[in-house]
Design a protein around this ligand. Structure first.
Ligand SMILES: [Mn+2]
Length: 480
């Protein structure tokens, strides 16, 4: 005979079903623990202004911006949750104060919108969730805001995400960011302006407001301290197998202590690993006499990230070959900076950097045609050693505003308030016979984060040494 009793599918093998007396017992004897002293972050007034612009672009439409669902790393462990940047931009949430599955909904009201934030609120003591919900339960993952507390914190109406499904089914014309939240995706069947919304919320971040500029300076400053930590860790990196991991760990420590996380996976590339552009395995040795290319950025609790590269002589002193290649990249970057001003084409920074690099490669005799000729788009032979473009927008995402169209970004002109990188590089592969042996396996990149101003630019990472003499002094100072 088949049993009609259902197996306890939702329970894991190591869970023991609670007794009725335990369930009853767990509802009693708890003191009230209201959160006091909730304050609004400085970003909140900016969020009102940002939502107003979004509202005006989508009059009469319900606008839906999910924070995103959590992602499984393996079995029952998830990756650390990081909300979608558009959700962050329009709500002002920080760090891990809002969990996955939250959704910002802007309800159309005549010519404007009412904004409502749907969250997984605190699991209070009158539920069983606080002690038996592994994903959200307070005794498993910590206390979260109640809807009232979140409302106070974010200056916005807050509801339970459980109430969202029925709302979304009421037939209101809707525009949503999809692919982030399974509930939203399951309910939204028509989303004719979805691509337009995706573009709008990305392009909105091209020009940074005052709050963002301040956060970006802070992200750069913390990243500077993380680079200091890396230099102090170099003796340990040299002494330890897979020393690139020592470098990576030193940087990550500062990112977690002072910020939320990394803005992207650290590239810790010693020796010829620097010639691999996205070297993120970081499992190589760190040897005296080689260079260390470190491309890394701290993401703050506000989710703004820096993106800085320095190429450091592991011994503390550049060799003549290293220094001569380094100086070429240094001069290229200077030409890139000099090109920056409002009204200048975005691609002019790239052209200015590559012109200097191509000329230097010609002067060294490895580029066998003039720099001008190589710079023609249909030729581009110098790119054998320069490999990549030198600028991208930077902000909440390391490659910010990535859903912009070409005519809004790479084919547009610079405007005051943009924040972008200037990062020329030269990479001589270890098997490149066009270069003399002493140059082979050298990879150099110098990357700074720059704010376009009304009159030119401000290098947010100006305080981080760049010139070889400054770099040697910086290292000597931290290592002695
Ligand atoms: Mn970059």
């Amino acid at each position: 005979m088949e049993s009609t009793k259902k197996p306890a599918e939702s329970r894991r093998i190591y869970d023991v079903p609670p007794s009725d007396t335990y369930v009853e017992f767990m509802t009693t004897g708890w003191a009230p623990t209201p959160l006091t002293g909730i304050t609004q972050d400085a970003v909140i007034p900016y969020c009102f202004a940002r939502r107003k612009k979004l509202s005006q672009a989508f009059i009469g439409q319900r606008v839906i911006l999910p924070s995103g669902n959590s992602k499984v790393r393996s079995n029952d462990t998830d990756y650390r949750f990081r909300p979608h940047s558009a959700f962050v931009y329009y709500t002002g949430v920080q760090g891990e104060e809002i969990t996955s599955d939250a959704v910002l909904v802007m309800e159309p009201k005549g010519k404007h919108h009412d904004s409502i934030l749907y969250i997984q609120p605190r699991s209070t003591r009158d539920t069983s969730a606080f002690y038996n919900d592994r994903k959200y339960g307070e005794l498993w993952v910590g206390r979260r805001y109640t809807t009232d507390e979140a409302s106070e914190r974010f200056g916005i109406e807050v509801c339970k995400v459980d109430d969202l499904k029925s709302l979304l089914k009421d037939g209101t014309p809707t525009v949503a960011l999809t692919g982030l939240d399974s509930l939203v995706d399951s309910v939204i069947k028509k989303n004719p302006r979805g691509a337009e919304l995706e573009n709008f919320v990305s392009v909105a971040r091209l020009i940074k407001d005052e709050y963002e500029m301040d956060q970006m300076q802070q992200a750069v400053d913390v990243t500077h301290r993380a680079f200091n930590d890396v230099i102090r860790a170099l003796p340990a990196a040299i002494a330890t197998p897979r020393g690139e991991r020592v470098v990576e760990a030193a940087f990550f420590g500062r990112a977690r202590i002072e910020g939320n996380e990394l803005g992207y996976d650290t590239i810790s590339a010693a020796g010829s690993h620097a010639c691999v552009l996205h070297w993120a395995r970081n499992d190589g040795d760190v040897n005296k006499g080689d260079l260390l290319l470190l491309d890394a950025g701290v993401e703050l609790d506000s989710f703004y990230t820096a993106d800085i590269t320095r190429t450091l002589p592991i011994s503390g002193k550049f060799s003549p070959a290293q220094r001569s290649l380094y100086m070429l990249v240094y001069e290229a970057q200077k030409a890139g900076f000099a090109a920056i001003a409002p009204g200048v084409p975005f691609l002019e920074i790239n052209r200015a950097c590559h012109m200097v690099l191509a000329q230097g490669l010609f002067d060294m005799g490895v580029l066998t045609m003039s720099a001008e000729e190589s710079m023609r788009p249909e030729i581009g032979l110098h790119k054998r050693w320069t490999l990549h473009g030198v600028s991208h927008m930077l902000g909440l995402d390391v490659h910010d505003c990535a859903q912009a169209r070409k005519d809004q970004y790479t084919d547009a002109v610079l405007e005051a308030g943009m924040i972008l990188t200037v990062e020329p590089g030269l990479y001589i592969q270890p098997d490149d016979e066009l270069f003399a042996p002493e140059y082979r396996g050298i990879g150099i990149r110098i990357e700074d984060d720059v704010l376009v101003t009304e009159t030119g630019y401000l290098n947010l990472s100006e305080k981080m040494p760049r010139h070889p003499d400054e770099i040697e002094a910086w290292m000597a100072n931290l290592l002695n």
